[in-house]
Design a protein around this ligand. Structure first.
Ligand code: IPM
Ligand code: MN
Length: 376
């Protein structure tokens, strides 16, 4: 039985625990001012779970997630566990198992350029002058990540390794429906990405996307090959609204989109299963090199919480208040090291969390006249 207000928090490894700590400050404000009654409980996943229990995804964590309305994840993995065989490493035994276990097939990764941070983009000024706001929709439980057979064998003296890129029609259909529904609702174009000039699985991908698109005649759909897409994204990112693609291509392109925003520490993501149960996590990695230095940017984690409030708790107005408070903190010029113009002048992880909480209280006070807490 899922509890309506319970969120399972999985801090994980690297900077995960320290940025998760900042989201508690936000949750406290939400409970105190916005009339939410969020209860949290922490569970282990990834490297820390391997250290404690010998496995990346302990049963207790699975049960805890099953009892919750949503999962908030920090980040997973680090060099400490590199010695383990591939299938025991935190990413495989923790994250990929979790995705498969709950069937989180649909991964949403928004990559938007913040006007305040335009200078941080590695792309030239003229290229980003129109801004961009790309939503990568990545299939997350199929394709080459999970396809069988996979393995390493020997043919006489010759060692070889293989993986299988496999897509069932139903897997392509269900992710396509999610993408088209979002596109229809928000009046966005879809670009579907594949390698249909080479791969059988991509031919089925393209045909299936075409078939599903017939049900959404108002949505503009186009197709690009992955190699061309990788070029187009850096040539003119503003031509894209939604990028819809497979697990592996989505892994690569979502990082490309994140990188050109110049602010990977600010990008959240959400994944859903067929029952709309969701997991929310920053798009960046566990960043072990900056772990425990109080310099990590907690914004991606706080925005992930904000997506959770919007989609799992169904409180879009409160989510907008969180986003607004982040925007206002940036407008006032506060920056963590990763996004600082002047590398001498920056605020810490904890200070950023404090400021966003304070600005969120201000948002509450501004909206109080509109009786926000009663209507949402
Ligand atoms: C991501 C990550 C994971 C992936 C790794 C850690 C297994 O890169 O979420 O994009 O490849 O999906
Ligand atoms: Mn990735």
């Amino acid at each position: 039985m899922r509890k309506k207000n319970k969120i399972a928090i999985l801090p994980g490894d690297g900077i995960g625990p320290e940025v998760i700590k900042e989201t508690y400050k936000i949750i406290n404000v939400l409970n105190r001012y916005f009339n939410l009654n969020i209860q949290t409980k922490e569970y282990d996943i990834g490297g820390i779970a391997i250290d404690k229990y010998g496995i990346g995804l302990p049963e207790e964590t699975i049960v805890g997630c099953e009892k919750s309305i949503a999962i908030l994840l920090g980040s997973i993995g680090g060099p400490k566990w590199n010695y383990l065989p591939l299938h025991q490493q935190p990413e495989r035994s923790g994250l990929l198992n979790l995705r498969k276990k709950f069937g989180f097939f649909c991964n949403l990764r928004p990559a938007k350029l913040y006007p305040e941070l335009r200078k941080l983009s590695p792309l030239r000024k003229e290229i980003v002058s129109n801004g961009f706001n790309i939503l990568c929709i990545r299939e997350l439980t199929g394709g080459i990540y999970f396809g069988l057979p996979k393995g390493t064998k020997k043919n006489g003296k010759n060692k070889y390794a293989f993986d299988t890129e496999i897509y069932y029609e139903f897997e392509i259909e269900r992710i396509a429906h999610v993408a088209f529904q979002i596109a229809q609702k928000k009046k966005l174009r879809i670009t579907s990405i594949d390698k249909a000039n080479v791969l059988e699985s991509s031919i089925l991908w393209r045909k299936t996307i075409e078939k599903v698109s017939k049900k959404y005649p108002n949505v503009i759909l186009s197709h690009l090959y992955i190699d061309n897409a990788a070029m187009q994204i850096i040539k003119n990112p503003s031509q894209f609204d939604i990028i819809l693609t497979s697990n592996l291509f989505g892994d690569i392109l979502s990082d490309e989109c994140a990188m050109i925003t110049g602010s990977i520490g600010m990008l959240p993501s959400a994944s859903f299963n067929e029952n709309k149960f969701g997991i929310y996590e920053p798009a960046g990695g566990s960043a072990p090199d900056i772990q425990n230095k109080n310099i990590a940017n907690p914004i991606a984690q706080i925005l992930s919480l904000s997506m959770l409030i919007e989609y799992s708790l169904k409180k879009p107005k409160i989510s907008r208040c969180i986003n607004k408070s982040i925007k206002n903190v940036l407008k006032k010029g506060y920056r963590t090291l990763d996004i600082a113009n002047d590398k001498e002048k920056y605020i810490t992880t904890e200070e950023m969390g404090n400021l966003i909480s304070e600005f969120l209280i201000k948002e509450y006070e501004k909206n109080e006249k509109n009786v926000i807490s009663k209507n949402i």
